[in-house]
Design a protein around this ligand. Structure first.
Ligand code: B12
Length: 313
């Protein structure tokens, strides 16, 4: 470690780039938690020394391992955690930092923007190994909901917008989709059940990723699913419901061209009853009375969780 007194003081931009976190996050950590440059006069530019950098590296690692920022800052400021003994005192993800149940907007993931930007670059250069590795790491560190909503959704929306604007990049959408599907399947713990939840895309609907995300997030919460995947013909979907009488059915429609109310109206009543959920921007505003609209991933998990626990929706 270079001599603290003589070492150069680094500005926010350099530190942010080196740690792969947003300059705004650095300022928040300083302002809100006091994890900032030791010497900083109000109004002057922040300048970080080697010790400041070591504390930030520890803060970043703890937060990426799922420790709430306030708690991570307390550990760092008490000096109780030395980078040299990294990983010794904090169990890894499997060791039991419980995933918070999704409640409204997810806790912002520090560095999500940079990670999403890196993922976007890898996808644009069709580097499937890098995309898969990066998304798998985010899933392992943060769980499905934060990794999907804060890292992958921005990349997918950007890929779609590029296609819409230029007509190019469908190969990037295909590569991203395959990597996301593989990473989610590898991440999902096996869950046994004799009446799994049934998940399907509407007829002619090829956008399957939200279905796979929901399946992985439900598995994280101990719920088994059976996924029929893309473009399920209406008769096949009705047959699957009749044959399996699932506790819950979720149907995804991404575009109005596939979200037909008639399909939901034709769903058979079953004993015990099947709770029906429609998700995706493709469904019309007025849905049949027995169908619950799930506007977001969090909402779908809340509503389906309640239905599976037998509580009123
Ligand atoms: C990947 C992709 C594909 C892949 C799908 C591969 C696969 N296995 O899924 C491929 C290449 C096959 C494809 C094909 C097409 N696609 Co496409 N595709 C996309 C892309 C990039 C991501 C789709 C996705 O997963 N979105 C999910 C998230 C990222 O987006 P979102 O739906 O906006 O999410 C919001 C909510 O739905 C909710 N949410 C997010 N996740 C979840 C999960 C759950 C469970 C719930 C309940 C809610 C929820 O929260 C988000 C914020 O509000 C989108 C871009 C985009 N913006 O979505 C275009 C997009 C959906 N596609 C589009 C189009 C037009 C097509 C094609 C017609 C193109 C063509 N001419 O061939 C075909 C149609 C194929 C078909 N029959 O369905 C348009 C749709 C425009 C419209 N009318 O709505 C989009 C929006 C691109 C664009 N910007 O124009 N596509």
């Amino acid at each position: 470690m270079s001599d603290e007194r003589t070492a150069p003081r680094l500005p926010v931009s350099v530190v942010a780039h080196r740690l792969g976190i947003a300059p705004a996050t650095l300022r928040t950590w300083d302002r809100r938690y006091g994890v900032g440059p030791t010497e900083h006069a109000t109004g002057a530019h922040r300048r970080y020394g080697p010790q400041d950098l070591a504390r930030l590296e520890t803060m970043r690692r703890l937060v990426l391992e799922g420790v709430p920022p306030g708690e991570a800052a307390r550990v760092v400021l008490e000096g109780g955690y030395d980078p040299a003994t990294e990983g010794a005192q904090f169990p890894d993800r499997q060791g039991g930092l419980p995933l918070p149940e999704p409640r409204g907007p997810a806790q912002p993931l520090p560095g999500a923007d940079e990670i999403a930007r890196g993922l976007g670059r890898a996808a644009t250069s069709l580097d499937s190994d890098a995309v898969l590795r990066c998304f798998a790491e985010q899933l392992a560190r943060h769980g499905v909901v934060p990794a999907w909503e804060q890292v992958m959704v921005p990349v997918l929306v950007a890929a779609g917008a590029r296609w819409e604007a230029t007509g190019e990049g469908v190969e990037v959408e295909h590569l991203l989709s395959e990597c996301v599907a593989t990473a989610l399947r590898q991440h999902s713990p096996p869950v046994e059940s004799d009446r799994p939840v049934l998940l399907a895309c509407a007829p002619n609907e090829l956008h399957t990723l939200p279905l796979l995300v929901l399946s992985a997030a439900l598995a994280e919460r101990g719920h088994a699913t059976r996924t029929l995947g893309a473009a399920v013909p209406a008769e096949a979907l009705l047959a699957a419901v009749r044959r399996t009488r699932p506790p819950a059915l979720f149907v995804w429609s991404q575009r109005a061209a596939t979200g037909h109310r008639g399909l939901l109206e034709a769903l058979p009543a079953s004993r015990p009853p099947t709770a029906v959920f429609a998700g995706g921007p493709g469904w019309p505003s007025d849905l049949p009375a027995r169908v619950n609209r799930a506007d977001g991933l969090g909402a779908a998990l809340d509503l389906m969780g309640r239905a599976l626990r037998g509580s009123a929706l």
